[in-house]
Design a protein. Structure first.
Length: 280
């Protein structure tokens, strides 16, 4: 079948369902290395970007920050085991007495020049990976099988994806052939000074408490013998800091925001709670 090539307008239509960054405040982001410069160059050269790192290390915040900085529309898809290519590309729906095609978020981004962020892409079904392949090489196009059409990507379209290598190792991993279609940025937990600064900026908590929370996080992160699937993320620390700043007791805030989300094992929970009580 001969493919029909659709060239989108250079002036994207604004999606009513998406937040316009021009009308919102740029989120706080603390650069750790050269990730801002790398992302800007990737956008200029239309190279897909893969963000890899543990949960809560700022991957999603970074994408939000960069799209604000570049004044670009951001469409975020939180992938899970049921996420299919149809969810991203689109589907026919019955509207009144007729059948109407509805573009999915990926198709909208391709047509209108938005940045699409596939969060935890390894969780999605394999057909999602197949669907984006032609957008990650020189073709920069999206084939819509149900329409028998190929859409050429808008010049400002950008594909960003993330995954957690540690959590998904041995379970759901990206194939080397897929990984090599992206440039990759590695995210990890910030150093103590930067992480404390993040807590202060995010929650207005006092510096002394921020340092204690970071010390607790680093202590637990080094307790590898506990066998935790995930360790303390910066996100959990921010939650604890917010609770403390608005008046919740420090020990209780750390327990509910840091300790309890990590494990359901009663003995480990109590041991970590005792440790945190001594440090906060």
């Amino acid at each position: 079948m001969e493919k029909t090539l659709i060239k989108p307008s250079l002036k994207p239509t604004i999606l009513k369902t998406e937040t316009q960054h021009t009308n919102t405040e740029t989120p706080f982001y603390k650069p750790i290395a050269k990730e801002i410069e790398v992302f800007e160059q990737a956008f200029t050269n239309k190279i897909p970007v893969l963000l890899k790192g543990p949960t809560g290390t700022g991957k999603t915040r970074f994408v939000d920050f960069m799209t604000h900085k570049l004044n670009k529309e951001l469409i975020t898809i939180s992938c899970h085991e049921e996420t299919s290519s149809t969810d991203l590309i689109g589907r026919y729906i019955i509207k009144g007495a007729e059948t109407v095609w509805i573009d999915g978020p990926l198709t909208k981004a391709v047509k209108e020049g938005a940045v699409i962020y596939l969060d935890e892409i390894a969780e999605a079904r394999p057909d999602v990976i197949v669907a984006i392949h032609s957008l990650t090489d020189h073709r920069k196009e999206l084939y819509i099988d149900k329409l028998g059409k190929t859409i050429k990507a808008h010049p400002d379209f950008m594909l960003v994806a993330s995954f957690n290598p540690g959590y998904q190792k041995g379970f759901k991993e990206l194939k080397p052939s897929t990984r090599q279609r992206f440039i990759a940025l590695a995210f990890n937990y910030p150093n103590e000074k930067d992480e404390a600064e993040i807590l202060i900026n995010e929650t207005q908590i006092d510096a002394s408490t921020a340092k204690k929370l970071v010390a607790i996080a680093n202590k637990i992160r080094n307790l590898t013998e506990l066998g935790l699937t995930e360790t303390v993320s910066t996100r959990l620390l921010v939650d604890a800091a917010k609770l403390i700043h608005t008046g919740l007791g420090k020990r209780l805030a750390v327990r509910v925001a840091v300790v309890e989300p990590l494990t359901d094992d009663i003995e480990i929970t109590e041991a970590l709670s005792d440790l945190c009580d001594l440090m906060i």
